[in-house]
Design a protein. Structure first.
Length: 307
């Protein structure tokens, strides 16, 4: 592993550590069915609107060049995944499931990100890599089924979390590709600014009408400043340096970190079953890191004379 790969993994881990607090902080902001606080709609749109306003200032301060015409479509897909999809689906789900539970479900994200990255960047992970990723994802699904209480059916909140995983993977994949030719910080900033015409009015429309405790506002501030903005500076840079397929596997430690944060912050209980599945999923990252990831072979160039 060269220096660039190590830097990519280090930045990727920094981003994951920031993102690991997202689920506990979101749960703290939305409350429970018995004691609801902010709506999941406001959490999703409000955090994006605040980060979008900060992004305008950052882009002006750094004299960022406008994206090229070809970059607007990938930026829109990035925004659809990480500005709208993941925040909205995860915020709605966390009203009904604990952050510890949601943390394990989000463990499916590395494989989804690797799949999107492999398609977009024409990389060919080895069979061993996919076996490790598939094993981690299978553990996540099994855990959700065991905790659902329905035997063979997922809770609707688990379905929302899986939808959030799919959205994040698309946003990560396209954002990482843009980070190859744009500054990583500018990728998320332009995605947020592009979304502002929707996120700002929706945030005002869904804003709390009743008083909510200061702890909920603190949690909302975290997901707006760190989860929606600063964390992506490190994450997209790490994906660009180390490769989407390999660095995405660092996300396998995110569920465990989220649990460690959720227990003291929310008073949630970490039972033996959850701990077992979290550790089992975590174990797959170390195996996956050692599996080779190859670039797809280039097509041979055929000149007009040869044709």
């Amino acid at each position: 592993m060269n220096v660039q790969d190590r830097q990519g993994l280090a930045l990727g881990f920094a981003g994951v550590a920031i993102f690991a607090l997202t689920l506990p902080m979101t749960r703290l902001a939305v409350g429970t069915p018995a004691a609801p606080l902010m709506s999941g709609w406001f959490i999703a749109f409000g955090r994006a609107a605040i980060a979008g306003l900060l992004s305008i200032a950052f882009l002006l301060a750094t004299r960022a060049a406008r994206p090229r015409r070809a970059d607007w479509a990938p930026l829109a897909l990035t925004a659809a995944g990480v500005v709208f999809g993941f925040p909205l689906f995860s915020s709605l789900a966390l009203r009904y499931v604990e952050a510890v539970h949601a943390s394990v479900i989000i463990g499916a994200l590395p494989l989804a990100t690797a799949l999107v990255g492999a398609l977009l960047h024409r990389q060919r992970p080895s069979v061993g890599f996919w076996l490790c990723g598939s094993a981690g994802s299978a553990l996540v699904i099994l855990y959700a089924l065991l905790k659902s209480g329905n035997g063979v059916a997922l809770h609707f909140a688990d379905l929302l979390l899986l939808a959030a995983v799919a959205c994040a993977a698309v946003g990560y994949g396209y954002g990482a590709r843009l980070s190859q030719r744009m500054r990583a910080e500018h990728v998320i900033c332009w995605a947020l600014v592009l979304s502002l015409p929707l996120t700002a009015p929706l945030a005002l429309w869904t804003a709390p009408r009743a008083a909510v405790p200061a702890s909920a506002w603190f949690a909302f501030g975290y997901v707006a400043l760190f989860s929606m903005w600063i964390g992506f500076f490190a994450w997209y840079r790490g994906l660009a340096l180390g490769g989407t397929v390999r660095v995405s596997q660092v996300q396998l430690v995110q569920p465990f970190l989220s649990m460690l944060f959720a227990v003291p912050l929310l008073g949630e209980r970490l039972d033996a079953l959850t701990l077992f599945f979290a550790l089992a999923v975590l174990a797959t990252v170390f195996a996956g890191k050692k599996m080779p990831v190859h670039a797809a072979p280039r097509r041979p160039h055929v000149s007009l004379e040869q044709a």
